[in-house]
Design a protein around this ligand. Structure first.
Ligand code: G1P
Length: 290
């Protein structure tokens, strides 16, 4: 039986340059979609999939993330005094009982692979998930939950992918699959941000991974890759030489909230669905585009 996955790494040390000036002093992961920061969507997805240890790989400019997942005594005291029990409850449930937050610093921005490697001591010899909060995934069954099913069936690493236009291949890790691929299957190869003519398929990696602890050995030895950074994709390519990894085209829609357009699309989708504001927002949008 596969070891249960209870740890998730959230690499949040990135500078968010695609979203300047909003991210000059605020972490990009704290940008809200309607009323909830991006990082909280990713954390909720992880908790729904059974994660109980949230490991944030952070940097000096990201203190707001730690504060968000900590108690805010003054706020909670005042909400209680004012009898705002629903708000108090909402604030107190951001991290449910039985879930722990752990913070690890990434001292230098040496890439996603390096960020994951920074969490090695905390993860130890256990399988773990990696969630990139920029990628907000809207799905009936949370993406990580869909991936867990395959992890338990195959006892191997699982990587979420989606179809992209071939001209976009240079933004993503791209996988190669065999002719039996029907939305999921073993990954034959993986390459970071290939040129369209070099891309092995149109299946791009999105920011959700379940990885075995073996990946750390590969992360520790891969040389700097694309952009001079330690790439998680390169370590997965190296892992494939000794372990199988599965790809899954998840059911759901991914919004690239690290880009302004993706962020606006997510805001509109979730805004329209908001229980209190949805109807009014829909009416406004209809008027605005007519
Ligand atoms: C990272 C990964 C890339 C993956 C992407 C998904 O790239 O390196 O393989 O496809 O996340 O969002 P980044 O977006 O950090 O450049």
């Amino acid at each position: 039986m596969a070891q249960p996955v209870t740890k998730a790494i959230f690499p949040v040390a990135g500078l968010g340059t695609r979203f300047l000036p909003a991210t000059k002093a605020n972490p990009k992961e704290m940008l809200p979609i309607v009323d909830k920061p991006l990082i909280q969507y990713a954390v909720e997805e992880a908790i729904k999939a059974g994660i109980t240890e949230l490991i944030f790989v952070t940097s000096s400019s990201k203190r707001a993330i730690e504060d968000h997942f900590d108690t805010n005594f003054e706020l909670e005291y005042r909400l209680q005094q004012q009898g705002k029990t629903e708000l108090l409850d909402m604030v107190q449930k951001i991290v449910p009982k039985g879930v722990d937050c752990i913070y690890v610093r990434q001292p230098q921005a040496l890439g996603l692979g390096h960020a994951v490697l920074c969490a090695r001591q905390v993860v130890g010899n256990y399988p773990f998930a990696v969630l990139l909060a920029d990628d907000l995934i809207d799905a009936n069954t949370p993406c990580l939950t869909q991936m867990m099913k395959i992890y338990h069936e195959t006892e191997s690493s699982v990587i979420a992918v989606e179809k992209i236009a071939s001209e976009d291949s240079e933004k993503y890790g791209v996988i190669a699959v065999d002719q039996n691929w029907r939305g999921q299957g073993p990954i034959q190869a993986i390459v970071e941000k290939p040129k369209p003519q070099d891309a092995p398929s149109n299946l791009a990696v999105v920011g959700r991974y379940i990885l075995t602890a073996k990946i750390f050995e590969h992360l520790a030895k891969v040389p700097p890759g694309r952009g001079g950074e330690i790439q998680l994709t390169d370590a997965i390519a190296s892992l494939l030489k000794e372990q199988k990894a599965m790809g899954i085209q998840f059911d759901g829609i991914r919004y690239d909230c690290g880009s302004k357009l993706g962020y606006m699309q997510a805001t509109i989708t979730l805004g329209l669905r908001h229980p209190e504001l949805g109807a009014e927002f829909r009416a406004f949008l209809q008027e605005a585009v007519s």
